[in-house]
Design a protein around this ligand. Structure first.
Ligand code: PPS
Length: 307
């Protein structure tokens, strides 16, 4: 291999930086950690809509629903750019010359209102301006077991994330909260508490699968949008897993090129409730449940891990 190419690859490897470092007990990637002051000082605008989730809980799906509502069901407008470029990912940062160099902050700052912004931050790390501006927030939660399985496969296919090891090893890290964006348990509980004090619509992935029409209507109401039945049907259709999997603007084949390997596991993988049953052994399930019951004993939050 030519020397300059080797140097470039080495540099790119360094820029990808799969190592995590903790901020107030929350593991972040090194580049995100390095710009944390700027993230914290981000200036939200009153008409920003924040979509907050633990990673792999249904973010992309919700982003597409919200965009389709905002665009009054106009599919062409929704195809103006990829999900990743349409809705800035607030804290995400990968400096050039990393492939797909990206700064959520820069994209957000340059974007005209109304903005739809994505974040995976736990509630205590959301920049204060979102609360000061009383922004609307949609939080989507997914049951821990399916969330874990989806996150595991995402780590396998995404070179920007640490190697997950075996499913068993990843499960241990997930239970200990030693994964990017921290503890699932604290994330869902923290946002659940916050919903009583702020303008937060708290949704569940399982409810969206069970009855997309009902959940899309909830989002419409929250966004104060009244759309014709025909438009609603169009939104239901175009935000289904099958359509989004084939849509190059929503299936992540246009972004993270060279980082995400969809042949290892596609971003739009299965999109179902209960896939964890194909991965958890009986012993793992028992151990997981025992630990889960302890960690979730102090909340009224209830999840469904099957439909
Ligand atoms: N329309 C639709 N319907 C049902 N399920 C869907 C849909 N779109 C995305 N997905 C599934 O959501 C999982 C990806 O989660 P996120 O979008 O939150 O990922 S990310 O955190 O933004 O990287 C991932 O889940 P798994 O299939 O279980 O891995 C996607 O397949």
């Amino acid at each position: 291999m030519a020397l300059d190419k080797m140097e470039k690859l080495h540099l790119e490897d360094k820029m990808i930086q799969t190592e995590l470092c903790e901020l107030e007990g929350i593991p972040l990637t090194k580049p995100v950690y390095s710009i944390w002051d700027q993230v914290w000082n981000f200036k939200a605008r009153p008409d920003d809509l924040l979509i907050a989730t633990y990673a792999k809980a249904g973010t992309t799906w919700t982003q597409e629903i919200v965009d389709m509502i905002q665009q009054n069901g106009d599919t062409e407008k929704c195809r103006r750019a990829s999900t990743y470029r349409r809705h800035p990912f607030l804290e995400w940062y990968m400096p050039e010359p990393a492939p797909n160099g990206y700064s959520g902050l820069e994209i957000a700052e340059a974007m005209p209102s109304p903005r739809i912004i994505k974040t995976h931050l736990p509630v205590q790390m959301v920049p204060p301006s979102f609360w000061e501006q009383n922004c609307k927030i949609i939080y989507v939660a997914r049951n821990a077991k399916d969330n874990l399985v989806s996150y595991y496969h995402f780590h396998r296919m995404n070179k920007a994330l640490p190697d997950p090891g075996t499913m068993e090893e990843f499960m241990e890290k997930f239970m200990a909260g030693k994964v990017l964006w921290g503890s699932w348990y604290d994330h869902v509980k923290g946002w659940w508490k916050a919903k009583d004090k702020h303008r937060i619509l708290y949704l569940f992935y399982e409810d969206m699968k069970e009855n997309p029409k009902r959940e899309i209507q909830k989002i419409m109401k929250f966004m104060e949008k009244d759309l014709e039945q025909e438009v609603l049907n169009k939104i239901i259709h175009n935000t289904s897993f099958e359509i989004m999997k084939e849509n190059p603007m929503t299936n992540y084949t246009k972004d993270f090129v060279g980082l995400m390997d969809h042949s290892v596991s596609p971003f739009m993988r299965k999109g179902v409730v209960g896939d964890w049953k194909n991965y958890f052994t009986v012993a793992q399930n028992k151990k997981f449940d025992e630990d889960y019951n302890k960690k979730m004993a102090d909340t009224s939050l209830v999840f469904r891990a099957e439909l």
